[in-house]
Design a protein around this ligand. Structure first.
Ligand code: C2E
Ligand code: CA
Ligand code: CA
Length: 758
């Protein structure tokens, strides 16, 4: 699998994990938030309802007490001339019948009567001697108000009391005040009934300043406090809000914190004396169904989330592990732990794309197969691992290498200069040679290196594959070169090798497919200034339309013997061409044909030529055989014999390329040839200014040839000056681009043989 894709998958998986986590958390959060809100509102409603119930009970209690007092007061209204003692006695008895603790009656601006439940009755009591709270209420009643006092400590009874006071009228005038007191416990009994909020709440009674009038036994904060605002349990903002509410006699919800827990408060005015009910919810109403639901939901969500996170994390880990293994398997050579070729190719592509130039080195151990057999597989594997370490030591930052197969390694080095590369590879070779392997086995390890250097000419999109191929090619070359070779890839050399390979593997087929085609180059008769003949030259037109020239394959064919067959094939082509002309009623011209020296070693050579000319009914006089000068050096006698035989049949003999190699005037004398072809090089040399001697020699050769009745042809006539020059020497024929390039036989026919197109 492709690494980029794996990484992409991993990123996607990560994204999904995070997304799923966030979604779950949000959903969980929303549900809990919703449930908590629902729970709070349920609990709040419960608190409010229950507090109001308590308020009603308290109010009821107070109302009942006032009613009792009103009844007594109206009773007093009509007992006009009652004497003090009798009145006191009446009050005492009445007191004993209700549950007031004390009762008093104070005539306006006078002394009063005070009865204490089941205790005593006193007359002539001075108001000033009694508790201030009581005095206040009495005074209010004298004003015609019904009043209820704050709680106060009654010393004689050692009890917390509160007092009701109502005015007593006679004839529409307030004549006195009747009071009755209760123990505060009668109210706190109500407050302490443990049923509020299913036993999870409690209620304090406060005055409008937030001071405790009655503090529930059940309370969160154990400290003895005078006021709810004392001890800073309630934050200052809440305090302000609460005070505002109380000033406006409103009700409301608040909260405070104690020991890291939140508590809900509900404030409800009692509408008596500015008193307030202060209800506290001590739990989150754990027993409430919504709370249960909340707990269940939250638990479920946490469980699902935990499970999901676990599963995702697990899956993710598995995926990572898998991917890591995949990546390792895909990109690593399991034996040495080095990168494999796939990875190398990717790295190389990246490097080239980033414009980092350098060289690819293909590296092999010499005789690795032998090492394998001699030292065993294990040792050989060890050697490969050792190689990896050596390579690792030798590469620099931004360079990399891989093990391909067996003992084949590829390196990318950032150098392009041959000398530097050579030095580095030599050092590397040296290090390999000094590895522990070599020291143990006394075996001289050797390396081959093939190096291909990146050049801007390489097409960028193919550069990688080209470089790898070139390095492999250079390595193959190095292998043939022997010990510790470092071979640099050479484009020209490579092209040549490719061509050679093509030529070697395709020649037979080409001959059968008639890919060898006849081209003709005119030979000008300098005296008569007309076409004096033509030379047959071969062209190999490959099936893909490429034309190969003789010097691309003739030397190779010479070396493998194929040239003899090709020449006979061309000989036949020449015969066929002459036949065609004759059949077409055209006057044939003499044709020259190149003959490999190989042919002269074939015993039936002369016979074959004879048969061919006979087969096509061609007079041999029309054919000139061009042989190379070199041939004459070796076996002059045999050659002369063959020449004589051929001449006897009517063929003309020409010595080709005279002056190109081992030119010797001697050959001229010894070989019985009919024609001498002066090599192109002759003309080239002679036409240079200052080469007077060359011109003299050429002139002498022409002279000599004339005397020996050998006609002369000068090759390579390219300019008018060339022609003028050879004409001045007295040459017979000229051949060269000045007249025409070699033409395909068809074109030649059209141009020179049959200009009218008969
Ligand atoms: P060559 O026999 O000396 O043939 C003349 C070569 O010189 C031809 O090259 C021709 O194209 C080239 N030439 C002609 N005029 C000029 C000129 O003015 N300037 C220059 N620079 N070159 C000129 P080509 O056809 O490539 O042949 C090369 C050689 O291959 C021939 O040299 C010949 O030795 C050999 N060859 C060609 N065809 C055959 C063949 O059928 N059999 C054998 N055995 N050898 C052949
Ligand atoms: Ca020739
Ligand atoms: Ca020649």
């Amino acid at each position: 699998m492709d690494e980029k894709r794996i990484r992409k998958n991993l990123r996607r998986a990560t994204f999904l994990v995070v997304l799923a986590g966030v979604l779950l958390l949000t959903a969980g959060g929303l549900v809990t938030h919703y449930l908590r809100g629902m729970l709070r509102s349920t609990v709040n409603t419960q608190m409010e309802t229950e507090t109001k119930e308590y308020k009603e009970r308290l109010q009821q209690r107070i109302k009942t007490d006032f009613q009792t007092l009103y009844t007594l007061s109206s009773f007093l209204e009509f007992s006009e001339a009652m004497d003090q003692d009798a009145f006191a006695q009446g009050l005492y008895e009445s007191n004993n019948h209700n549950d007031f603790i004390t009762m008093t009656y104070f005539e306006k601006e006078g002394l009063g009567i005070r009865a204490i439940l089941n205790h005593s009755v006193s007359v002539g009591v001075e108001l000033d001697t009694l508790a201030e709270e009581l005095q206040d209420t009495v005074r209010k009643a004298w004003e015609g108000e019904s009043a209820i006092s704050q709680l106060f400590h009654e010393e004689t009874l050692d009890d917390i009391l509160y007092v009701y006071a109502v005015p007593v009228y006679r004839d529409g005038q307030v004549i006195g005040a009747l009071t009755a007191s209760h123990s505060a416990s009668s109210l706190s009994d109500i407050l302490n009934t443990p049923t509020i909020l299913n036993g999870e709440g409690y209620i304090h009674l406060l005055n409008r300043n937030g001071e405790f009038l009655l503090r529930s036994h059940r309370q969160v904060i154990p400290e003895a406090l005078q006021s709810v605002f004392e001890g800073e349990y309630i934050s200052s903002e809440t305090r302000t809000a609460m005070q505002d509410t109380m000033r406006q006699s409103g009700s409301g919800f608040f909260s405070f914190q104690y020991q890291n827990r939140d508590y809900q408060i509900y404030l409800e005015p009692l509408e008596v004396n500015g008193w307030y009910l202060f209800c506290v919810n001590t739990t989150r109403a754990a027993s409430g169904p919504v709370y249960q639901l909340l707990l269940v939901t939250r638990g479920t969500f946490s469980a699902i989330l935990a499970l999901a996170v676990f599963l995702i994390a697990y899956g993710y880990r598995q995926l990572r592990k898998n991917n890591r293994e995949l990546i390792r398997a895909a990109y690593q050579d399991p034996l040495t732990g080095a990168d494999n070729l796939l990875r190398f190719r990717q790295n190389l592509q990246d490097a080239l794309t980033q414009g980092r130039t350098g060289s690819v080195v293909s590296l092999n151990l010499r005789q690795f197969k032998f090492i394998n057999e001699l030292f065993g597989r294990e040792q050989a594997d060890g050697l490969l691992r050792l190689m990896r370490r050596v390579l690792e030591r030798n590469i620099r930052e931004d360079e990399f290498f891989c093990r391909n197969t067996a003992d084949s390694f590829y390196l990318f080095l950032q150098d392009t200069r041959r000398e530097t590369l050579f030095q580095r590879l030599e050092i590397l070779t040296e290090q390999v040679r000094h590895t522990t392997f070599s020291q143990h086995h006394d075996y001289r390890l050797q390396l081959y290196c093939g190096v291909a250097t990146d050049t801007p000419e390489l097409p960028r999109e193919k550069a990688r594959d080209i470089l790898l191929g070139q390095a492999a090619f250079a390595l193959a070359k190095a292998r043939t070169m022997g010990l510790d070779q470092i071979w640099f890839y050479d484009t020209e050399l490579h092209k040549k090798e490719i061509l050679e390979n093509y030529v070697a593997t395709h020649m037979e087929q080409a001959l059968q497919n008639q890919e060898f085609q006849l081209y003709l180059q005119p030979k000008m008769d300098l005296n008569r200034r007309e076409l004096g003949g033509a030379e047959a030259l071969v062209r190999w037109v490959t099936p893909d339309g490429q034309t190969l020239f003789p010097d691309q394959f003739i030397p190779f064919f010479e070396s493998n013997g194929f040239c003899a067959r090709l020449d006979l094939y061309m000989f036949a082509s020449v015969c066929r061409q002459l036949r065609e002309w004759m059949d077409a009623g055209l006057e044939p011209i003499p044709l020259s044909i190149n003959q490999s020296k190989l042919l002269f070693y074939e015993s039936d050579y002369v016979q074959t030529l004879q048969q061919l000319t006979e087969a096509y009914h061609i007079p041999p006089q029309l054919i000139t055989l061009e042989i190379l000068e070199g041939l004459a050096l070796e076996h002059v006698e045999e050659l002369n014999e063959k020449i004589t035989q051929l001449q006897a049949l009517g063929f003309r003999l020409s010595m080709d390329d005279f002056g190109s190699g081992y030119s010797s005037l001697n050959t001229l004398g010894r070989l019985k040839i009919d024609e001498l072809k002066l090599d192109r090089g002759f003309l080239l040399e002679a036409s240079r200014t200052g080469h007077q001697r060359q011109r003299i020699i050429m002139g002498q050769i022409v002279e000599l040839s004339k005397k020996l009745h050998i006609s002369t042809v000068v090759e390579g006539v390219e300019t008018q000056e060339n022609e003028a020059f050879i004409r001045s020497l007295g040459c017979d024929y000229g051949q060269g681009y000045y007249y025409s390039r070699p033409l395909h036989a068809k074109d030649f026919t059209r141009q020179y043989m049959d200009p009218q197109g008969r």
